[in-house]
Design a protein around this ligand. Structure first.
Ligand code: N01
Length: 496
């Protein structure tokens, strides 16, 4: 598709969020005036980008998939990246969303024009205007490589887990892996048989629970296809069990020691070496950082050809890396599993609101929104996976579908009532955030004794949703027009 001159709704990004919203809008109105722009040449977002060995979802696919597009064909409880990528492509094709995407088109800037009540948008494929702008750009899409001194001098190969260099063979190499988060635990067990030696540089040990999953036999797939209610029941069961974990993290901390006991048992079973077990035992409450699920990560670290350095990594030399104790390790390749920039979404630098300020400047390192979706002073802008919508225990797809419902209802309200401007009232947004922060106060993310990417540069938790996910869904079920300043097409102020 070619970039139009004007569109009613412009969605930036064709990953889980963008496809989900467009499909929701098109299910109401197949002729909906919407366009998605996507910087890559295909849909899929993070599931297209992350191709590291062993890349899989650590939320059961029964839940980590759209409720409106169940698939009976998943091959495992926890699907691997190629399957999820294929699923997204197929949903985009079946729903017709892929015909609405302008590929190889990256947002350069979006400026709110208050006089004309529309967004003036520049992209790498040209300019356009849009009545409504949706940022569906994902929170975990921009890889973060810490600024290690000497990094530019390294003569070997180095890359981030999210931009895996498949051209480069690790066969026979000495490999350094920096970081021990959800990505590292998936790819390290996959590369150890190829590399000669792998050294993992850990700054903080993580709690690891066993991953209870299995291949889904053809019989189960047939059952799901023939009796869809059985798959729905599995989804509901998975949802319920995840909410129990969420309750432990947010409301019932006395449940957490039971999870810690399971993790300690798992560690004892997988790691025979006592000193290594000590290095791998966290000193914060389980759940404070994202809990990792793996059946082979800990066991892999106990192999003779795998080393764990628990003093982190402080600098890089032309031929190796220097750990926190000042010891240099000679390595051929460095793989950064150092995560992303969720509290500093790059798209926020490109969006300029009514006052002429960028969203990033407005947030000043500590993002806040109303219902994770709208921001006062940025009319007709909707965020997906915005501030305080992240989860430590369940599926982000559930949150994204809730937001899609809300945005779709907002757009319907605009059409029905002839509105051309919606701007959430500032006091409403402030009150909402005060309540969110109050609820977060006693959660494990704020009180668990760790430092995590859930806390932004100001030390405020601007990432996590603080309570049951069904409460988020209930809040976003209907667009609450009364909490917004609105303007009608004739430009006469309404409800100000
Ligand atoms: O990144 P992370 P990730 N020196 O930020 C370490 C999602 N995801 O790519 O803990 C040394 O979790 C850092 O150490 P510390 C999921 O939401 C989902 O693994 O900060 N080390 C940490 O160990 C996940 O949470 C799936 O002390 C440094 C690691 O790098 C998110 O993506 C799968 C360092 C970063 O861990 C990110 O996961 C994979 C430094 N200067 C990922 N800086 C699913 O299955 C950072 N580290 C859905």
């Amino acid at each position: 598709m070619k970039l139009p001159v004007h569109v009613e709704t412009l969605i930036v990004g064709a990953g889980f969020a963008g496809i989900g919203l467009a499909a929701r809008m098109m299910s109401d109105d197949p002729t909906a005036d919407l366009v998605l722009i996507e910087r890559a040449s295909d849909v899929g977002g993070t599931w297209r980008e992350n191709t590291y060995p062993g890349c899989a979802c650590d939320v059961p696919t029964a839940l980590y998939s759209y409720s409106f597009a169940p698939s009976a064909n998943w091959s495992h409880t926890y699907a691997r990246q190629p399957e999820i990528y294929a699923y997204l492509k197929s949903v985009a094709a079946r729903s017709g969303v892929d015909r609405k995407v302008v590929f190889d088109c990256e947002l350069s800037s979006a400026r709110w024009d208050d006089q004309r009540a529309l967004w003036q948008i520049e992209t790498t494929a040209g300019a356009l205007t849009a009545a409504v702008l949706v940022a569906a750009t994902g929170a975990l899409s921009t890889p973060r490589i810490p600024d290690f001194p000497g990094v530019e001098s390294f003569s070997g190969n180095m890359f981030h887990s999210a931009t895996w260099n498949h051209e480069h063979s690790l066969a026979g190499e000495n490999v350094a892996v920096v970081g021990t988060g959800a990505s590292a635990v998936q790819f390290v067990p996959e590369i150890v048989d190829t590399a000669s030696r792998v050294t993992v540089f850990q700054r903080t040990p993580a709690w690891v629970l066993p991953r209870i999953g299995h291949d889904l036999a053809a019989r189960r797939q047939r059952l799901y296809a023939r009796v869809p209610a059985t798959q729905k029941a599995m989804r509901a069961l998975t949802y319920g069990s995840r909410e129990i974990l969420g309750a432990a993290m947010t409301r019932v901390p006395r449940m957490l020691p039971a999870f810690e006991a399971v993790a300690k048992l798992h560690l004892r079973r997988q790691v025979k070496d006592h000193a290594l077990r000590m290095q791998l035992t966290p000193d914060f409450t389980i759940g404070c950082k994202r809990v990792l699920l793996s059946n082979d990560w800990l066991r892999t670290l106990d192999r003779p050809d795998v080393g764990l350095v628990d003093s982190g990594l402080v600098s890089i030399t032309p031929t190796g890396v220097v750990d926190g104790n000042g010891t240099e390790h000679s390595v051929d390749t460095i793989i950064f599993a150092t995560g992303f920039t969720p509290a500093e979404p790059p798209v926020a630098h490109l969006i300029i609101g009514g006052s002429g300020e960028t969203l990033a400047a407005h947030w000043n390192g500590s993002p806040a929104a109303y219902k994770g979706t709208t921001v006062s002073g940025f009319p007709n802008l909707f965020l997906m996976y915005g501030p305080n919508t992240n989860l430590g225990h369940s599926s982000i797809v559930y949150m994204l579908e809730s937001q899609a419902e809300y945005i779709n209802d907002a757009l319907g309200t605009m059409r029905r009532e002839g509105l051309n401007v919606l701007d959430v009232r500032e006091p409403v947004q402030e009150r909402y955030n005060r309540e969110i922060q109050k609820e977060l106060q006693h959660t494990v993310w704020n009180e668990g004794g760790c430092s995590s990417w859930y806390l932004d540069s100001k030390g405020r938790n601007s990432l996590q949703w603080p309570t049951f996910t069904w409460k988020f869904r209930a809040q976003l079920r209907r667009f609450d027009r009364e909490n917004y300043s609105t303007r009608r097409k004739a430009a006469d102020a309404v409800g100000r």
